[in-house]
Every structure is written in structure tokens, then in C-alpha cells.
Design a protein around this ligand. Structure first.
Ligand code: ADP
Length: 358
């Protein structure tokens, strides 16, 4: 772990940064630590810079693809805490209360820490909370602090996309009296069906139900959840009490399906179908973000369910952040490289292999 020198720039001017993000994608890389019992394993992470540089290498390989430099907006090393990660995410999240649409993704192979970053390892300790609980908590706190000038309403929904089909996982919310409406078939939830949640506790309750619902019908939750995309959406409506003008913002928190390549010779039946759907939707997502980063006039939203669901909140004035999650083991080197290449492409800044020697 001494290898990593990630120094948080605590004096970062958080709010100014938000201005730079309009219509742009920001990419944060996060390396998970070795898990207990893995301390003997070799790492593929050679260098982490404060400025968003990361060098990955496979010491047992030769040639140009055995070592590469990538550049992102930020790289969080394995010692980074949930709080540190959130600190750099907070300005984006807060902008939702000013009427922005924000999308935050976690991308990476299964086991690289996507769920850890987005949800956290447990909800019982607030230190463990991932981006989604912290985000909701923050939104509630700020909306309450603005109570005298803006009346906010917050509604949440969670959708799972599996094999190009979407379904609501807050399926029985109405039993809580919080979401007392019939569920629409489509994904655009009409305003009338948005019922407010009033506190982080409400949300925790909902998310637990969401998690339980996600498990229904699946032999093993982990298996299934790593092959589906989960989209937690927070809709915010605010009315300025002085001017009586309304604003709307939305936050999409997306825990993507595992990006690992499935060996075609081994996968058959359901497994193969799942893998094909995942590949299709992740490349569709990459194409959309790439097209937006390049400011292309055509953005291919229609190519997957995932990009259709997110269409209204990707592009335009929307802000996008992608967490690129890495497994540090050298055994994962080739997955790590393809994850980083995906991220490099969507960030719109491709460096190529030339500068990989340092
Ligand atoms: P994924 O969602 O990408 O499949 P997980 O979030 O489930 O991966 O992480 C895999 C394992 O690694 C879990 O046991 C998780 O608790 C652990 N883990 C991931 N990231 C971290 C981290 N930053 N610190 C400590 N443990 C982590």
C-alpha cells in the first residue's frame, strides 16, 4: 500500500468545478484494496499520481501492452475512504437541487468494488455508506436548510435492467405507504406517481426492500446482481417560494453489470445470453457517452435499454461521472486494461500506448 501516493487536494474549489462539468464526463478511477487473505498477491498497479495518472503493468509480460499510462480526473487508491470519495462527488450531487440532471456510474469487472462505491459494504455504519446513501442524506440536509426559500420534494425509484428488460425493484413500496401508486410499465414515471420521501431513514427502508426484491427469483443474489444494471433515480422538485418558479433535477446512481468478458467457449444458454446483453448494453453506453464527449450530432441512445432509460439525463446540460473500479491483482491485468480502455474512450481523451514508459 505504500506504493500509492494519493493526496487529496482538500482545498479544491468544489463549487467552481461544477461549472466545468456541464455537458462533460468526468472519470474517477478507484482501486480496491487487496481483500483479507490476499496480501501475498502481486499488484498490477504500478503508480498512482495525485493528478489522475495511473500506470498499470504486468511484470510477467513483455511488449507494448504490458504497461500503460492512463489519465483521469482523479484516481483513488486503495486507502481512500468512502468519505473522501464522496467529498469529490458532492458538488455534482448538490447541483441536482439547483435543477441539474446528474448521472453517476460505477463500471468495472465483478468484484472490483462497484457496489462498495455506490452502496457500501453495509448500511449500519454511516462510515461505510457509499455514494447513494450519502447523496440522499446530503440532499435531504441541504433541502431542509433551504426550507425557508425553496420547498423541495424528493422521490426515489429503483430499476433493475436484466437481459434488456427493466423492472421496478421498489415493487411493493405502496405497502409502506410511501409509494402508493400502480406501477407503470414504462420507465418514465409520471410525476403523479412520484411520492416524496422525507428522510434518509425512509430511503434506507426503501433500499432494503429494493435489495430484497432484487434477490427474488435469483438463485444467488450476487450472481444475479453482477449481471444486471441497477439504477437508483432521485427526482427532485423545488418551488422557489418568493418567485413561485419551479425547478427540477434528477440524480441517477447506476451500479452497472460486471464488465468482464465471458469466455464464449464456456458460456452457454442463460449465461451466454446474459453475457451478450451485458456486452451490448455496456458498449451502447460507451458509444453514447463517447458521442456526447465528442459533441456528435447523432447520439445512439436507442441501442440498449440502459441508454434509453438514461436518455433524458445524459447529454444536454446533464453532468456525468463515471467511477472506474479496478481489482488490483495482477491476475486481473487484462480485465483491468480493458476497463481502463473503456474509461479512456468515454472520457474522450485517448492517450494511446506511446507514453507508457516512465
Ligand atoms: P462489485 O460490485 O464490483 O462486484 P463489490 O463492491 O462487491 O464488487 O466488491 C468486492 C469485494 O471487495 C467485497 O467484499 C467488498 O466489500 C470489497 N471491497 C471493494 N471495494 C473495497 C474498498 N474500497 N475497501 C474495502 N473493501 C472493498
Amino acid at each position: 500500500a505504500e506504493k500509492y501516493h494519493v493526496v487529496l487536494d482538500e482545498n479544491r474549489k468544489l463549487y467552481n468545478e461544477v461549472q466545468d462539468l456541464k455537458g462533460n464526463i468526468r472519470v474517477y478511477c478507484r482501486i480496491r484494496p487487496f481483500l483479507p487473505g490476499q496480501s501475498q498477491k502481486q499488484t498490477s498497479i504500478e503508480y498512482v499520481g495525485e493528478n489522475g495518472d495511473i500506470v498499470v503493468a504486468n511484470p510477467s509480460k513483455q511488449g507494448k501492452d504490458s504497461r500503460r499510462l492512463f489519465k483521469f480526473n482523479k484516481v483513488f487508491g486503495p486507502a481512500a475512504t468512502q468519505e473522501e470519495v464522496f467529498l469529490d462527488t458532492q458538488p455534482l450531487i448538490r447541483s441536482v437541487l439547483d435543477g441539474y440532471n446528474v448521472c453517476i456510474f460505477a463500471y468495472g469487472q465483478t468484484g472490483s468494488g462497484k457496489t462498495y462505491t455506490m452502496s457500501g459494504p453495509s448500511v449500519s455504519s454511516t462510515d461505510d455508506w457509499g455514494v447513494n446513501y450519502r447523496a440522499l442524506n446530503d440532499l435531504f440536509q441541504i433541502s431542509q436548510s433551504r426550507e425557508s426559500s425553496i420547498a423541495y420534494e424528493v422521490g426515489v425509484q429503483m430499476v433493475e435492467i436484466y437481459n434488456e428488460q427493466s423492472r421496478f425493484v421498489f415493487f411493493n413500496l405502496h405497502t409502506l405507504g410511501i409509494w402508493n401508486t400502480t406501477l407503470p410499465n414504462g420507465l418514465a414515471v409520471p410525476d403523479a406517481s412520484m411520492h416524496p420521501v422525507n428522510s434518509t431513514a425512509d430511503v434506507l427502508k426503501l433500499m432494503n426492500i429494493g435489495l430484497m426484491n432484487r434477490a427474488v427469483g435469483a438463485t444467488a443474489l450476487n450472481e444475479r446482481s453482477s449481471r444486471s444494471h441497477s439504477v437508483l433515480t432521485v427526482h427532485v422538485r423545488g418551488v422557489d417560494l418568493k418567485t413561485d418558479t419551479a425547478l427540477r433535477g434528477s440524480l441517477h446512481l447506476v451500479d452497472l453489470a460486471g464488465s468482464e468478458r465471458v469466455d464464449r467457449s464456456e458460456a452457454t444458454g442463460d449465461r451466454l445470453r446474459e453475457a451478450q446483453h451485458i456486452n451490448k448494453s455496456l458498449s451502447a453506453l460507451g458509444d453514447v457517452i463517447f458521442a456526447l464527449a465528442q459533441k456528435n450530432s447523432h447520439v445512439p441512445y436507442r441501442n440498449s435499454k440502459l441508454t434509453q432509460v438514461l436518455q433524458s439525463s445524459l447529454g444536454g446540460q446533464a453532468k456525468t461521472l463515471m467511477f472506474v473500479q479496478l481489482n488490483p491483482e495482477v491476475q486481473s491485468f487484462s480485465e483491468t486494461i480493458s476497463t481502463l480502455k473503456f474509461a479512456e474512450r468515454v472520457s474522450g481523451v485517448e492517450l494511446g500506448a506511446a507514453r507508457s514508459n516512465r
